[in-house]
Design a protein. Sequence first.
Length: 271
Amino acid sequence: MNRILIGMAFGASLFSGLAASAQAADVTLARLDCGTPQAPTVVNERFSDTYAFPGLKLQFVFSCYLIKHGDEYLLWDTGHSMTAPNVAPKVSVVDQLAKIDVKPDQIKYVGISHYHADHTGQIDSFPKATLLIGAKEWEAITSPKPAQGVNFKPFEGWIKGENKVEPQALDKDVFGDGSVIMLRTPGHTPGHSSLLVTLAQMGPVIITGDAVHFRENYDTDGVPAFNFDRAQTVASIERLKKIAANLKATVIIQHDARDVEKLPALPAFAK
């Protein structure tokens, strides 16, 4: 009985410590433009394997995010490379960070939702950062013969062991206080991740990565025809919906032009 009580007391102490730490951490969140949008896209065939949206065209955008946690920074996704035809950002991530006097070496973590080129194109600008990435994404990137669509080249420093990487098989509490959690949301790719950030004023914010590409697919558990696994996609969307409902979180779909404006662009931050 005493052991049970001691265990309960330790658990309560740990929980209260984490809660106090989360409250004490100054956490802010900003959006970066990480690609140049093209003309609105017809979504019915490629982005719906049930052909649910005949005639629907949507404006896709490319967004990345900067989280400031006390004096530490996490960059979430790095967008298209500056040499990508037609869709390259007008301003690099490094130059956007310079607006707030943040240098690449100040980025402690780079979190990557998945291995596609529109989310990984500028990661090689941050060789000092610890790479946080889904374990199965890392397996794909480091494969002797990476599959088509796996943008492995910008990860050369991490593949060679010159830079630090922490592959994640499960959720990751990035700063250890519950304020920033990398969520396991496979389906679009084998090791896809999303991000949950809790802000003091705005509250919890879910940044989806490509677990979902636009609101209509989020609302209907829709699955793009090119996704890795249909059942995992649906399960991940349902997980994000339940987290959003339970925490009353704001959902940011990274490619949906209607969603990204919920968060301010640098140099402004949501608090």
